[in-house]
Design a protein around this ligand. Structure first.
Ligand SMILES: C[S@@+](CC[C@H](N)C(=O)[O-])C[C@H]1O[C@@H](n2cnc3c(N)ncnc32)[C@H](O)[C@@H]1O
Length: 262
């Protein structure tokens, strides 16, 4: 992988998602991960195609209109009442609000995001919806602002591909999960590697394309962090929405689940 400074990637990604919030506020943003034809998040009609419409009933358009994911990690997680959930890269909060409904008043949901505009939008949505059991925290998914062994379920929707240090992400998720806790991830993965030139392209990285890594390598990093029962399934080709260029591997939206041993 190309040697790009972690701060360079964080800054490019933060700028990208900050500007999406600003454009959504002006009703101009149109697709997941941005409005470029390169965007890798599959099914870019976003919330309307990623989720069962029944799940979205009663969610305001301010929430559904800022859905930038590539799957439905909340349904995959099969949440139980009373569970504590952590959403990595919570964006406008759609998965946090869906999870909050499912864990109920005795449960709790923490969303972590590094982009101030996203956090402001998520908090405004929280107030608008009058939801009490959700909290949004500013932080990096590589260094989570969360105590050890406190989380039942980690969910994440189209975010870990954006991280410049995926090994650190999985190591920190392992730290915060309770023994027996689980991960439920929707993310972009590949079959093969991007060329170093594409990996160094920060626009492509921020659009959920060239930060994505090979599915086997992704599963390997999860294993190295200590997780067991790792599954990478339901890979959906993203060809229709990405113009394949030289130096590009096959790109998929996948669902990935794993457990911290008891
Ligand atoms: C593609 S959007 C997905 C948002 C949300 N999960 C959804 O489904 O709508 C990626 C989000 O992850 C956040 N993000 C990306 N890299 C991050 C990192 N290293 N640490 C914290 N947040 C990050 C961005 O600020 C952005 O809000």
């Amino acid at each position: 992988m190309a040697q790009i400074k972690i701060d360079t990637i964080h800054d490019a990604v933060q700028e990208h998602y900050g500007s999406i919030v600003e454009r959504v506020q002006q009703s101009q943003a149109s697709s997941c991960c941005g409005d470029s034809s390169q965007s890798a998040a599959a099914d870019c009609e976003c919330s309307s195609t990623l989720y069962d419409p029944q799940l979205l009933e009663n969610l305001p358009v301010d929430v559904t209109g800022l859905s930038l994911g590539c799957g439905d990690p909340v349904t995959i997680a099969a949440l139980n009442p009373g569970e504590t959930v952590l959403d990595l890269g919570s964006g406008g909060g759609i998965d946090c609000f869906l999870a909050a409904k499912q864990v109920g008043e005795s449960g709790y949901v923490i969303g972590v995001d590094m982009t101030p505009q996203m956090l402001a939008k998520a908090n405004a949505n929280k107030v608008k919806m009058g939801v009490e059991n959700v909290e949004f925290r500013k932080g990096y998914i590589e260094d989570l602002p969360v105590k050890d062994n406190t989380i039942d379920v980690m969910i994440s929707n189209c975010v870990i591909n954006l991280s410049p240090d995926k090994a650190a992400v999985f190591a920190d998720v392992f730290r915060v999960l309770k023994p027996g806790g689980r991960m439920s991830i929707s993310d972009i993965v590949t079959e093969g590697d991007f060329s170093p030139e594409l990996q160094a392209n920060m626009d492509s990285w921020a659009e959920c394309v060239s930060g994505a890594i090979d599915a086997e390598q992704y599963a390997g990093l999860i294993r190295e962090a200590g997780f067991v029962n790792i599954e990478v399934v339901d890979k959906v080709g993203a060809e229709e929405i990405i113009e394949r260029k030289d130096g590009m591997p096959r790109i998929y939206s996948a669902r990935i689940t794993a457990y911290k041993p008891k």
